[in-house]
Design a protein around this ligand. Structure first.
Ligand code: TRP
Length: 382
């Protein structure tokens, strides 16, 4: 008998040591190849984003047609989202960093969904007031990455429902219960909010086509854990007369305690660097973080360490190495044993603190226009 996979990746659970190549096979997605990256490079000009060159985005669905279409004058829009279950941590920025970069390079519209309803349904410990207020706090953090106020639109589920519902009605009719049960592993005790919810996550994929009255392709950068929602979307798209969304999938970012993802749903706040952590907390979490280091300094000098399993290396890789040279220097130093974990953490912390200072200022500035991005009305009656 084949070994069962030792990991689980669904929108509602990520655990185990993830074999990303195997996960791609299981999900049936395509590899983000060097050829595709070259195509993207050609279109965007300048340097490719580090999240692309460092392999964090590694999988996709139908990326080529959307890029070819754009090159031939057919614009697309970007879509990603956030379930507001608490403060954002640095790995939550991975989809939005790529979106912001693509928006700036290509001038395309961005749709952000804030699912305060989903998190209320999915997390029994949260009140409605909490998911709604985290939704707004999270939105400030996302917009602070540098989104263009004129081209960025937000579906804040509980406040945008009038805009979403006419399409949700049509989407929901196409999705049988047996599909969501199989895709998400729902149990008889699952509340019916979650059963309906996937319809709402689909709506933004079609919304611009509906609003403009002709097909507008959609590109979704997201963590690969969100792919199951969009398999459902892609299955029903054509039946509703809309284009199937394309996707770019990222790997999850290793948690500070060494978990497969920086998720804190198991009540492990030290597993992640939250954007609202004060500087002392950031210091403590980084200093205590799980690394790929050896038991003793002597051993590490002699044998080197293992970046691939290290939560600190994951931070350098996803955000904090400011250049390719710096990233290579850290990686090579780690592997050879020249760079010890304490020194590496110190260098990383300088960058983390700098980013937090910059981010907090940018976050204050977006507050004056964040509300104006929230879509509240449907573009037409049905
Ligand atoms: N379900 C996502 C979460 O739990 C939120 C979300 C809504 C999303 N729409 C999306 C994520 C589109 C990625 C792409 O965080």
């Amino acid at each position: 008998m084949p070994e069962p996979d030792e990991f689980v990746v669904t929108p509602y659970e990520v655990r185990g040591r993830i074999d990303y190549a195997r996960l791609r096979e299981l999900f049936g997605t395509q590899e983000l190849t060097a050829e595709l990256l070259a195509k993207l490079h050609h279109l965007t000009g300048g340097d490719l984003h580090p999240l692309l060159t460092r392999g964090i985005y590694y999988s996709h669905r139908d990326l080529a047609p959307i890029l070819d279409g754009f090159a031939n004058g057919k614009p697309f829009f970007l879509y990603s989202g956030r379930g507001p279950s608490g403060p954002l941590h640095t790995s939550h920025l991975v989809p939005f960093d790529l979106c912001q970069w693509l928006q700036r390079r290509l001038g395309v519209p961005m749709y952000i969904q804030i699912t305060d309803d989903e998190k209320y349904w999915a997390r029994s410990g949260l009140t409605r007031e909490e998911t709604a207020s985290w939704g707004l706090e999270n939105l400030y953090d996302i917009l602070a990455l540098g989104f263009d106020p004129k081209r960025t639109h937000v579906f804040f589920d509980s406040r945008s429902i009038a805009a979403l519902y006419p399409l949700a009605i049509r989407v929901a009719r196409k999705i049988p219960y047996s599909t969501v049960k199989a895709v998400f592993g729902f149990e008889p005790s699952t509340n019916i909010g979650l059963v309906f919810y996937t319809a709402l996550q689909t709506v933004p994929c079609f919304w611009p086509s509906w609003a403009e009255g002709h097909s507008v392709p959609c590109l979704i950068p997201c963590g690969i854990d969100q792919d199951p929602h969009f398999r459902v979307t892609r299955d029903i798209a054509e039946g509703l007369g809309y284009p199937k969304p394309s996707l770019m999938h990222s790997q999850m970012v290793t948690g500070l305690l060494g978990d497969a993802a920086m998720s804190t749903s198991g009540d492990r706040p030290d597993n992640a660097l939250f954007l609202n952590d004060p500087p002392e907390t950031v210091d403590r979490k980084v200093r205590n973080a799980f690394t790929g280091g050896r038991a003793t300094v002597e051993e590490q000098r002699r044998l080197g360490a293992t970046p691939e399993v290290c939560s600190i290396w994951a931070l350098w890789r996803t955000r904090f190495a400011e250049s390719e040279d710096k990233f290579q220097e850290v990686t090579a130093g780690c592997r050879s044993g020249a760079l010890l974990c304490g020194e590496c953490k110190g260098q990383l912390l300088e960058r983390v603190h700098k980013f937090y200072r910059y981010h907090n200022e940018a976050r204050e500035r977006v507050k004056s226009w964040a509300e104006s991005t929230i879509v509240t009305a449907a573009p037409k009656p049905i």
